[in-house]
Design a protein around this ligand. Structure first.
Ligand code: MN
Length: 394
């Protein structure tokens, strides 16, 4: 039986909008343009470059990115005429047909306390904003803010209304990161079945419970075909779905997941590094895919296995995500195999007896220190090689 053709999942990057609006992550217009070029190298399908009504800087960033980068650019707008017109203005002259992304909250808690509006009012305003946006652009996305906590019947009613008004993409965000995969996946499945082929269902998950990637995956398995995500997972509060993680889940487990993205994965690490350089905020060392330790091995048993055959302890080839090489970190958990391999790299060839002696000194050293530098290994080894025979018989 032939394998079914994998479905394309669109990667909608919002590093320049949701990511940028999180504490410590703001970027100047020039920095946004620089990162936008890297996102283009990365192969994102669409990038949200800002919220033009929010500030002059956001307006200018959307305008510059749209005019300089040959990727579809989205501009965010609330469901008001002023917002939509401002977004349309910022997108004028874009290289690639742009998208206006309008949003309005749909959950009871947002309607009651934040908007102080009825469901009927929200429904009407949403459809009206989409109709207006369609006067300026062909491609309109509607987001039902706090969709994850919206009763499904109303969510479907809103989704059908905005599609009827001309939205091509309906995003159901888990704005507050409250969903769990099975529940959120089921919600997405119900909306996707209700819309059929009339629109693309999109997801936008926050990471308040550390489930943004898992929830996005559940959504895709239930019919979503666009994932909104950010480089390094930056974004409001605990951040958004991490682009590098969701892309590598789909790629690494293609045996179980019949989906493809257009991402050039070799650019994942360079994109992560550039973002860190620009905002001055890095990822934790143990961050999947792009963290400093993601391809580092220190434990002796792991190092020994890794040196014999990489796949014993690595499921991703570092070069495939743009990481130069795996790192064997020498420390107190390391064994002779890794130490000998490092000594060989440093140009020292030790016999078994010499290796035992260097290893004894190495163990004593690393028991009291956090790590060991190559120069320190050289010093220990040279002491053994210099004093070797006399010490042995002493
Ligand atoms: Mn968000």
């Amino acid at each position: 039986m032939a394998t079914p053709t994998p479905s394309k999942v669109h990667i909608f990057d919002t590093t320049l909008r949701d990511g940028e609006q999180s504490p410590g992550c703001s970027m100047t217009v020039a920095e946004k343009v620089r990162l936008a070029h890297k996102l283009s190298d990365l192969g994102v399908d669409i990038m949200e470059a800002g919220f033009p009504i929010a500030s002059a800087g956001d307006f200018e960033a959307v305008q510059k990115v749209g005019r300089e980068v040959a990727v579809k650019v989205a501009a965010l707008a609330r469901c008001t005429a002023l917002d939509v017109e401002r977004a349309a203005k910022a997108l004028e002259g874009s290289k690639v047909a742009p998208r206006i992304h309008v949003f309005l909250a749909t959950s009871d808690v947002h309607l009651k306390y934040k908007l102080k509006k009825t469901r009927a009012q929200v429904l009407e305003e949403a459809a009206k904003a989409v109709t207006l946006a369609r006067r300026y652009v062909e491609d309109v996305e509607f987001s039902a803010e706090d969709g994850g906590r919206t009763p499904v019947e109303y969510l479907i009613e809103v989704a059908r209304a905005v599609v009827g008004a001309g939205a091509g993409t309906v995003n159901i965000p888990d704005t507050v990161g409250y969903g769990i995969p099975e529940e959120y996946g089921a919600l997405i499945g119900q909306v996707a079945r209700a819309l059929g082929s009339s629109a693309v269902v999109s997801v936008h998950c926050h990471n308040d419970l550390g489930l943004a990637v898992a929830n996005s995956l559940a959504a895709v398995q239930n019919g979503a075909r666009q994932i909104e995500c950010t480089v390094n997972g930056i974004g409001e509060r605990a951040g958004n779905c991490s682009l590098e993680e969701i892309v590598m889940v789909l790629k690494t487990r293609a045996d179980k997941l019949p989906f493809v993205t257009g991402i050039r994965t070799e650019e994942l690490f360079p994109a992560s590094q550039l973002l860190t350089e620009i905002i001055g905020v890095g990822v934790q060392p143990n961050k999947a895919i792009v963290g400093r330790n993601a391809f580092a091995h220190e434990a002796g048993i792991h190092q020994d296995g890794f040196l014999k055959e990489r796949t014993t302890y690595e499921i991703i080839e570092p070069h495939s995500v743009g990481v130069p090489e795996s790192r064997l970190v020498l420390g107190k958990h390391s064994g002779r195999h890794a130490l000998n391999s490092r000594c060989t790299e440093l140009g020292l060839h030790l016999d078994k007896d010499q290796l035992d002696q260097v290893y004894a000194r190495f163990s004593a050293f690393t028991d009291t220190k956090k790590g060991i530098l190559d120069e320190e290994i050289l010093k220990l080894a040279n002491e053994v090689l210099a004093g070797g025979a006399s010490r042995k018989t002493a």
